[in-house]
Design a protein around this ligand. Structure first.
Ligand SMILES: [Zn+2]
Length: 134
C-alpha cells in the first residue's frame, strides 16, 4: 500500500540518491502495472530495501551498478584518478550490502537484487513475478 508518508519519503530519497532512482522507478512501474503492491524504503529493515512486500516477506533492492560494485561494464570504475578511493568506497558498499542481505535472510526475508544493467533485458517482469510467486 502506498501511503502518503512513504511517497513523501520516496521523493526525499529521490533527491538524495538520484543515481539509483531512475532504475528503481522502472522496477516500481513494472510491478505496479503487474498489480503488485509494496512499501518503499522501510526504515526499520536492514539496508532500507527499495521495495518491501510485507505479507510475502520479500524485499527487492534495485542497485546502481557503479555504487554497489556490480561485476559488469557499468560497475567498473572508469576514472583512473582516486582509483584507490573509489575501489575502497565501493568495496565498503558491497560489504554493507552483503551484511544487510544476510541480516534480512536471518530474519526470514527473501531478498532479490535487481541491477541497473538488467533493467532493459527481456524477462525481467517474469523474473520479478517468479520471485514474488505469481
Ligand atoms: Zn551491472
Amino acid at each position: 500500500m502506498l501511503t502518503p508518508p512513504d511517497s513523501v519519503r520516496s521523493r526525499n530519497m529521490a533527491a538524495i540518491k538520484a543515481k539509483d532512482t531512475k532504475p528503481e522507478w522502472l522496477v516500481r512501474r513494472m510491478l505496479h502495472a503487474a498489480g503488485f503492491r509494496y512499501r518503499l524504503h522501510v526504515k526499520d529493515l536492514p539496508g532500507r530495501p527499495d521495495l518491501v512486500f510485507p505479507s510475502r516477506r520479500k524485499v527487492i533492492f534495485v542497485n546502481g551498478c557503479f555504487w554497489h560494485g556490480h561485476d559488469c561494464a557499468r560497475g567498473r570504475p572508469k576514472a583512473k584518478t582516486n582509483a584507490k578511493f573509489w575501489s575502497d568506497k565501493i568495496a565498503g558498499n558491497r560489504a554493507r550490502d552483503a551484511r544487510n542481505a544476510a541480516a534480512l535472510k536471518k530474519a526470514g526475508w527473501r531478498v532479490l537484487t535487481i541491477w541497473q544493467c538488467q533493467l532493459n533485458k527481456a524477462g525481467l517482469t517474469a523474473r520479478l513475478a517468479k520471485f514474488l510467486d505469481r
